[in-house]
Design a binder for this molecule. Structure first.
Ligand SMILES: Nc1ncnc2c1ncn2[C@@H]1O[C@H](COP(=O)(O)OP(=O)(O)O)[C@@H](O)[C@H]1O
Ligand SMILES: [Mg+2]
Length: 299
């Protein structure tokens, strides 16, 4: 098994944020370094066992999608190529393949979610109210059913706890009506292009989340990670069935394992056995291969 990176401690740069998976450093006034570690979370807990190589896969996938989507939207990625990074980053060899230098931007404080299928919190909202974020949906839809058309379902960016689904007019109060309309239209166009592409390759993009910011020219730029298994719900077309919650393409082995043992889903989370780690890594690699048509050589 390859070496894994669970946590970074770079002394040269201020650490701005440690997420569930990514460590974010300020490398200059205008640039950030986003390092995707091998941490994995399930049931909202970071697990003590890393998935060695996952950070590289997430980084390579985001880089692929930023390029794939560049005819639709500007993005924040400056480089994910380690050789192009300054020496004070390159000297940390463990960051190779898992680092992105990005343009720093003020992120709009809303999660731009697009749903093509009824799952997760969308399914829960539909069951209790018949709508999601103000979209009235036909009665009688089943869990995981394809929606008549993809819908934009924004959510607040909660500092702690769960993001809350909001309506488009609530979103307009937060970012302004004009920006809200632009973010919606961009999100739907990105979902349309990416979901059609993924489906041709045998993966359903059930839903996904984007984050956008604004650059100095006033243009909207796509930021954060994009269309990775961590920010999106991918299902295998073969395993897809209406009326159930289809297996998560990447995390199902982890979830099934954690459900099979006696754990109360509160921290501290238990270690994962090596066969679960290996199977999960293979799923992440598979997602990368299916989506990009390439194989990834883990460092
Ligand atoms: N270009 C950018 N400029 C500023 N902040 C960004 C940029 N891209 C991503 N971010 C922020 O980085 C943070 C990533 O942290 P988080 O989502 O907690 O990490 P994780 O996904 O690993 O849990 C988010 O708050 C996101 O808004
Ligand atoms: Mg995140």
């Amino acid at each position: 098994m390859k070496a894994s990176l669970t946590k970074t401690e770079l002394e040269e740069f201020p650490l701005l944020h440690r997420g569930k998976v990514r460590d974010i450093y300020e490398i200059s006034e205008n640039e950030l370094l986003i390092v995707a570690t091998d941490r994995i979370s399930a049931f909202d807990c970071i697990l003590p066992t890393p998935i060695p190589g996952k950070g590289q896969i997430l980084t390579a996938l985001s880089a692929f999608w930023f390029d794939f989507l560049s005819d639709i939207t500007k993005h924040h990625l400056i480089t994910a190529n380690f050789e192009e990074m300054p020496e004070n980053i390159r000297k940390h060899k463990e960051l190779k393949g898992r680092s992105m230098i990005v343009k720093r931007t003020k992120i709009f404080p809303v999660e731009c979610v697009v749903r093509g299928y009824l799952a997760g919190s969308g399914w829960k909202d539909y069951v209790s109210t018949g709508e999601i974020c103000g979209h009235k949906l036909p009665a009688g839809l089943k869990e995981s059913e394809k929606l008549p058309e993809p819908i934009f379902t924004p959510a607040t960016k909660a500092q702690t706890g769960h993001d809350e689904n909001i309506s488009e007019s609530e979103m307009a109060k937060i970012v302004g009506a004009e920006i809200a309309e632009k973010l919606k239209s961009l999100s739907l166009r990105i979902y349309d292009k990416a979901s059609k592409y993924a489906l041709q390759r045998g993966l359903i993009l059930a839903d996904t989340k984007f984050e956008f910011g604004m650059d100095e020219t006033g243009e909207i730029i796509l930021a954060d990670e994009v269309l990775t298994p961590d920010s999106s719900r991918f299902w295998s077309l073969e395993e897809y069935k209406v009326g159930i919650s289809p297996p998560s393409f990447d995390k199902q082995f982890v979830r099934d394992y954690l459900e099979s043992i006696d754990w109360n889903k509160k921290m501290p989370a238990p270690e994962l056995p090596s066969e679960i780690v290996e199977a999960t890594l293979n799923r992440y690699l598979k997602a990368y291969e299916i989506l990009t048509g390439k194989t990834l050589c883990l460092e």
